[in-house]
Design a protein around this ligand. Structure first.
Ligand code: DHB
Ligand code: FE
Length: 269
């Protein structure tokens, strides 16, 4: 629809693309190579792969847009939990689980049992400090082989995904595995670009969250293991200081080897 905003974004995009072609004296052959890359990314953009998004992400575009959006939304004093990019591997309809349940329903062979982790904390209103009741935490992360469930025929459907709803006290807790660093898929156009730039394809270990609650702004984010390789060199530039967390050795719970305390702060509309 031709709103003023759509007109501005489109006109500006065309201007920048023309400038790019002129500044670099782009030839027809080079243009065709770029076009082929975009077409290939389009062909590979199903819900298992999302290659188009992957390509934008290694250019840092999704992280830049996330940063701009988050800055516009934050106040000068206190802040809600920082956001981070969605990435290509979220799935709608992750199973609803009772608080305290595990999201581990299977393990691919050959990469060990993973470090069982108890993730827990509170969801509060960042202005009032009061608990947020009815907040839904939608969680997902990779198996110890570095693959998300939909990338990996060895894992049960919806493995390592779940949705948890807070009660009156705003607390949450669930069992998962300590995530591992892993390469983003690089057998497609995004991989070609990374190779052309001599860049590695790795992301530091992270757990994804989407928080939603009635009356509150949604938070799309990730938390990152401080001790993970690539924490300073994420292939898609998503790490923020306030999202770096510490996994602590955990005694006294037969179901977990580590605990991860993390509190979320949401902003009401
Ligand atoms: C990207 C994000 C992820 O969280 C991930 O696991 C892989 C790739 C991305 O932004 O491209
Ligand atoms: Fe991820």
């Amino acid at each position: 629809k031709a709103t003023p905003r759509v007109r501005q974004l489109t006109t500006s995009l065309i201007q920048h693309l023309h400038d790019y072609a002129r500044e670099n004296e782009l030839t027809v052959d080079e243009w065709m190579a770029g076009l082929e890359l975009m077409n290939e990314a389009g062909r590979m953009s199903d819900n298992k792969r999302n290659e188009g998004q992957l390509l934008c992400d290694i250019f840092g575009l999704e992280s830049l847009v996330d940063e701009i959006t988050y800055k516009l939304a934050s106040s000068a004093t206190d802040e809600p939990t920082a956001t981070a990019i969605l990435g290509p591997f979220w799935r709608a309809d992750a199973p609803h689980k009772a608080m305290g349940e595990s999201i581990v329903t299977g393990l691919p062979a050959g990469t060990g049992d993973g470090d069982r982790t108890w993730v827990h904390g509170t969801v509060t209103d960042f202005r009032t400090g009061k608990p947020v009741e009815g907040a839904v935490l939608d969680v997902w992360h990779t198996a110890p082989n570095g693959l998300y469930e939909q990338q990996d025929p060895e894992q049960p459907e919806m493995n390592l995904r779940g949705r948890f709803t807070t009660g009156k006290d705003g607390s949450y807790g669930f069992y998962c595995l300590r995530p591992v660093p892993y390469p983003i898929p690089y057998d497609g156009p995004a991989g070609k670009v990374l190779q052309a730039l001599d860049r590695h394809p790795y992301r530091p270990a992270h757990i994804h969250f989407i928080l939603t609650a009635p009356g509150y702004k949604p938070i799309v984010t990730q938390i990152f293991d401080r001790n993970s390789k690539y924490i300073e060199d994420d292939a898609v530039f998503a790490v923020k200081d306030s999202l770096i967390v510490d996994f602590k050795p955990f005694q006294g719970d037969p179901k977990a080897d580590f605990e991860l305390p993390y509190d979320f702060k949401m902003a009401s509309y």
